[in-house]
Design a protein around this ligand. Structure first.
Ligand SMILES: *Cc1c(COP(=O)(O)O)cnc(C)c1O
Length: 373
């Protein structure tokens, strides 16, 4: 029911660009098989839970005090983790963290975007990017990806020369397609960005990096030579810590120092810092689990192809597949059978997250029925 506001009531001075908008978010439905937001399907193990609980208890004793604003210990732990994961040794001062990589991205646009400036990306890509741009009054422009969802360096270079963005956002592996970018593409974009008169930061969003296939590199290896590069990561996906809200970024220290200016004071609670550090202590165990999810992903790609569907190559923990004349009816049919996936990506495609073997089996059985495969 819509209640008319009497003329005498004061109006809310909502920014015109926000008028009529709904908050972003995939439906959070309570169904047996949830494969719609690329979460890690495995809850933390008993030993991870126990370590988190005691770390939070220790932090609780000091909750009368503000947390370490610069979260020095967490940054050192993140640097150690990246060294193990990607064999790139970074100084803790090159690390930044916030409440999810969503907030890291917001910090980037607060520092390097803003009114009169433009952020550029290449579609199809992560649907949150235009929201960060909108919320920081940064203009949003998209170029295109090719039909195989790769990024053509010449197209990217031409767009950068034309648009002169102050921020370029590249997701690799990309969401919703799963496509990772070869390093030559990233260095090509970095070279084009270096020519933008006012300067241009290139952000490589590696939220799914841990799931990349063997031989797929990380842009972390490019940091040493490129002060205008930032590589963002998250504990939400491979680490299975989506509920903890911890995203982070690696870059040169001048870039990180700019982010320190725009963050809210004490943005990372003592509890969040404690939880993240306890989970990082279990990186080895969690990485073994990622290995299993990668195998499950590759098997799912093969199965979908075997059923005659088009499947995008995936370096992530999800698979984009299609092409359906009426993807909504497929999505709905799966949901009716208790399997929630995501209706996203180019027309006719659907995205499914890699779940447990049981969840994948439920998805396959439902899809065979619904799509008549
Ligand atoms: C899931 C995802 C993230 C992670 O967001 P968090 O705020 O860290 O949970 C970042 N980028 C992309 C492309 C994603 O799909």
């Amino acid at each position: 029911m819509i209640v008319a506001v009497p003329d005498s009531q004061p109006r809310l001075p909502l920014r015109p660009e926000l008028a009529g908008l709904e908050p972003y978010g995939a439906p959070q439905l309570d169904v047996p098989v949830r494969l719609n937001v690329n979460e890690n399907p495995y809850p933390p193990s008993a030993s991870v839970v126990a370590d988190i609980a005691s770390a939070v208890e220790a932090a609780a004793h000091g909750l009368n005090r503000y947390p370490d604003r610069d979260f020095a210990e967490l940054r050192a732990d993140l640097a150690d983790y990246l060294h193990r994961e990607s064999a790139v040794r970074l100084d803790p001062a090159q690390l930044w963290a916030a409440n999810g990589s969503n907030e890291v991205m917001l910090h980037l646009l607060q520092a390097f975007g803003g009114p009169g400036r433009t952020a550029l990306s290449f579609a199809p890509t992560y649907s949150m990017y235009p929201e960060y741009a909108r919320d920081t009054s940064t203009e949003w422009v998209t170029g295109r990806r090719e039909t195989d969802f790769s990024l053509d360096v010449d197209h990217a270079t031409a767009m950068i020369a034309q648009v002169r963005p102050s921020v370029v956002l590249l997701a690799s592996p990309n969401n919703p397609t799963g496509t990772a970018l070869p390093l030559e593409v990233v260095t090509g974009v970095l070279a084009a960005a270096a020519q933008v008169p006012g300067g241009c930061v290139v952000v490589v969003d590696e939220a799914y990096a841990e799931f990349r296939r063997v031989g797929t590199p990380s842009a972390l290896t490019l940091l040493a030579d490129h002060p205008h590069l930032a590589v963002s990561r998250t504990m939400s996906k491979a680490f299975g810590m989506a509920g903890a809200r911890l995203g982070y970024l690696a870059a040169g220290t001048p870039l990180v120092d700019a982010l320190r200016v725009v963050r809210l004071p004490y943005h990372l609670s003592a509890v969040t810092q404690a939880v993240a550090r306890a989970a990082l202590g279990h990186a080895t165990e969690l990485m073994a689990q990622v290995e299993g999810l990668r195998r499950e992903r590759d098997a799912l790609v093969t199965w979908l192809q075997g059923r005659g569907l088009q499947v995008a190559d995936s370096d992530a923990n999800f698979v984009l597949f299609g092409v359906f004349d009426d993807r909504h009816s497929i999505w709905q049919g799966l949901l009716d059978r208790g399997v929630l996936i995501r209706e996203t990506g180019p027309h006719g495609w659907l995205r499914v997250s890699v779940g447990t073997p049981e969840e994948t089996a439920a998805f396959k059985a439902a899809l065979v029925e619904v799509a008549g495969l």
